[in-house]
Design a protein around this ligand. Structure first.
Ligand SMILES: [Zn+2]
Length: 247
């Protein structure tokens, strides 16, 4: 059972991967590059969601090509990492959050492989979430155990009024990518979970507005704990049997 890590804004490489090689997978939805290798003897891989040079903004990413490539190379679990903005004062910049629910506001992007309906009551793999949470406790890394994620289409950032609306809806964090990945993984029969890093407060909630450079700066500052949790989870995940997501 192989786990693929998807890096978003900020995480641009998996420098700990041994025997690393780049594999390009062609699909009906375009090509995707996955770096495969081993970590402590475990077969794993890394994919840069936005492309090798961060050339694709959120609505332009070929999520279908990415998830297709993961399945094609035999990955059964996908651990996404993402930058999000917080909508709650108790979820602070630099905090880690484990997503458990989502609202999808995206449009006009390829967010399905077929014309069928998959069950999305629990959009993230509950087995992966349990393992990641237990790992965080073991590693003494603070993480918010649940968060409802609203997936905004972008590429522009939200207005202050939109952020107030999402707060009134009871949303906790906001981003632009994870709902699409979660849907495609469920369709493809892959387990999927996301560890999100809060890189800013939602528009209008603080003096600092959303900004790509600021995203990257906060990500760099918090990269050690994000990587520590990701790699420790990777080890724990491979010891588990697959769950219902694959059925
Ligand atoms: Zn699962």
């Amino acid at each position: 059972m192989k786990t693929l890590i998807i890096g978003g804004t900020g995480i641009t490489d998996l420098d700990v991967l041994e025997n690393q090689k780049s594999e390009t997978v062609r699909s009906p939805y375009g090509g995707a590059v996955i770096f495969t290798g081993t970590y402590l003897g475990l077969e794993t891989g890394f994919l840069m969601r936005h492309g090798q040079y961060h050339e694709n903004l959120a609505p332009q990413v070929s999520y279908q090509a990415n998830i297709w490539a993961a399945r094609e190379l035999g990955f059964t679990r996908i651990l996404g990492t993402s930058a999000v903005a917080s909508l709650r004062s108790d979820i602070k910049v630099g905090d880690l959050v484990l997503l458990d629910q989502l609202v999808d506001l995206t449009h006009g992007r390829g967010s399905s492989f077929f014309s069928g309906s998959v069950k999305m009551t629990e959009p993230f793999c509950s087995q992966m979430r349990t393992i990641i949470l237990a790992t965080a406790i073991q590693e003494h890394i603070f993480m918010h155990p649940t968060a409802t994620y609203v997936c905004f289409n972008g590429p522009r950032y939200e207005t202050a009024a939109e952020i107030r609306l999402f707060q009134n809806w009871g949303m906790d964090v906001i981003g632009m990518t994870n709902a699409t990945e979660a849907t495609l993984c469920r369709e493809a029969g892959l387990c999927y979970s996301t560890i999100a890093l809060v890189t800013n407060m939602g528009a209008g909630l603080s003096q600092e507005g959303p900004d790509l450079l600021r995203h990257r700066q906060v990500t760099q500052e918090n990269l050690p704990k994000l990587k520590q949790l990701t790699f420790a989870s990777l080890q724990a995940l491979t010891q588990q049997e697959l769950c219902f997501c694959c059925s």
